[in-house]
Design a protein around this ligand. Structure first.
Ligand code: MLT
Length: 419
């Protein structure tokens, strides 16, 4: 008899952002005359730049010619793109430990984050930040490492609590864990780690033989001086860390789908039989078995991002979204909300004053706050608790909507009854 993967039954029925979208659709159906402003999922609003559109058109035309046609491509990604990544994202930033052979082009950060669990043994200890991007937890639960869900936490996972007391920065564990998911600048809190804070994690991983999965999807939003743009700016990080990046939030590729994962050749672990195993080789084997690579047309569009015009477009996009985030941050602070993030990040993480003293338990749960913001101000947000139990009572707003809609949302916040 066919048996299903029972871990699916263990997970809550829908993924966080699907649940938000579902509730939003129901609200819109019941209130067709109300204009809801979406400040929930981190989806971009600026259309693709000319440089990208031209590259997409040109590559599409090439595909219709005998000489320019491309069939199956390399599963790792075309060298023309991997070489640009190595040069512009690493070497030009003083990182000489990462080359094209360490880079794997992907269809975005979420897939690679989810797929990377294929590399893990069954009985390893996984640490995640609470709050954190839900993909880390859900994909480990699906592959059987969750244990039981008790009071919103999986017994099989180690949670690194992030709260106002520690500035939403996780402390290194006191015991040994095998894999640690870190995302900085953080989704959802927007908090970034400086050089010495990041070094603590690299030192921990070296000491304990752990692997760091460094989700760097928001790297382009960093403007603080002392915040590294890559984990490989920290000495020896190439021996313990995988870095995952995406063009979604930088170049507006949420609908184009492209990113990359760095799995350095220097990343080696011992197998059960005592042999040195290269994670780069394992990932290469995984990708060539289960993935046919990203389309040529899309990779040509990604390559165009490394031209002067492409880089300028990214700078403008980031500046636009950061301005939105800064305005949101200021408006919420004026309303006496507790506000985090919005500086090195497009996300603003917030807790209303009227929600009480967070450490004594919020008077409204995150989902109640979501409902209130939706019904009273017609603003949709992302409930903090969807990222982890520590975030009950918090909500996340994004700076990814248009400037005009962000202004409208701010007016509603300013005039609204929510304090
Ligand atoms: C978010 O809103 O947290 C992200 O955009 C969702 C995603 O990237 O999957």
């Amino acid at each position: 008899m066919f048996k299903v993967n029972n871990n699916y039954a263990e997970l809550p029925e829908s993924y966080l952002f699907s649940e938000v979208a579902h509730r939003l659709a129901a609200y819109r159906e019941a209130n067709p005359d109300r204009e809801v402003i979406r400040m929930d999922i981190g989806d971009v609003s600026i259309p693709l730049g000319d440089v990208v559109v031209k590259a997409l058109c040109k590559a599409s035309e090439d595909m219709g010619t005998r000489t320019g046609f491309h069939g199956y491509g390399p599963e790792q990604g075309y060298l023309f793109l991997r070489e640009k990544i190595a040069r512009f994202d690493y070497k030009e930033h003083g990182i000489h430990t990462i080359g094209a052979e360490d880079i794997f082009v992907s269809d975005g950060a979420k897939s690679d984050l989810g797929n990377f669990v294929d590399m893990f043994g069954d009985d390893i200890r996984i640490a995640v930040t609470d709050p954190g991007y839900p993909v880390y937890v859900d994909t480990n639960v699906l592959s059987g490492r969750g244990g039981k869900l008790v009071d919103g936490k999986w017994s099989g996972l180690t949670y690194l609590e992030c709260k106002p007391e520690n500035g939403f920065k996780p402390q290194v564990p006191t015991d040994g864990v095998d894999v640690i998911y870190l995302c900085f600048p953080n989704n959802p809190t927007g908090v970034a780690l400086n050089r010495s804070e990041l070094k603590e994690w690299v030192d921990y991983a070296i000491e304990h033989g752990s692997l760091l999965i460094f989700d760097s999807a928001y790297e382009a939003y960093i403007s603080s001086e002392d915040v590294p743009h890559s984990i490989y700016e920290i000495e020896e990080a190439e021996k313990v860390a995988v870095e995952i990046r995406s063009y979604s939030k930088t170049a507006g590729f949420t609908g184009v789908r492209c990113g990359y994962t760095v799995v350095p050749r220097a990343l080696e672990f011992k197998s059960d039989s005592g042999n040195q195993i290269s994670l780069n080789k394992m990932w290469n084997r995984r990708q060539s078995t289960k993935f046919n690579g990203v389309g040529y047309i899309v990779q040509k569009a990604a390559e165009a991002l490394y031209t002067a015009e492409g880089r300028e477009m990214i700078r403008e996009n980031i500046a636009y979204y950061k301005k939105n985030a800064a305005m949101l941050r200021e408006a919420l602070e004026k309303k006496s909300w507790m506000v985090i993030g919005g500086i090195d990040s497009p996300y603003v993480w917030a807790f209303p004053e009227s929600n009480g003293v967070y450490s004594e338990g919020a008077s409204l749960t995150s989902w109640q706050l979501f409902d209130k913001l939706l019904s009273e101000l017609n603003i949709s947000s992302t409930p903090g608790v969807g990222f982890g139990e520590c975030a009950e009572g918090w909500v996340r707003f994004t700076g990814f909507n248009t400037y005009e809609n962000t202004l409208k949302a701010i007016e509603r916040i300013e005039s609204g009854i929510l304090k």
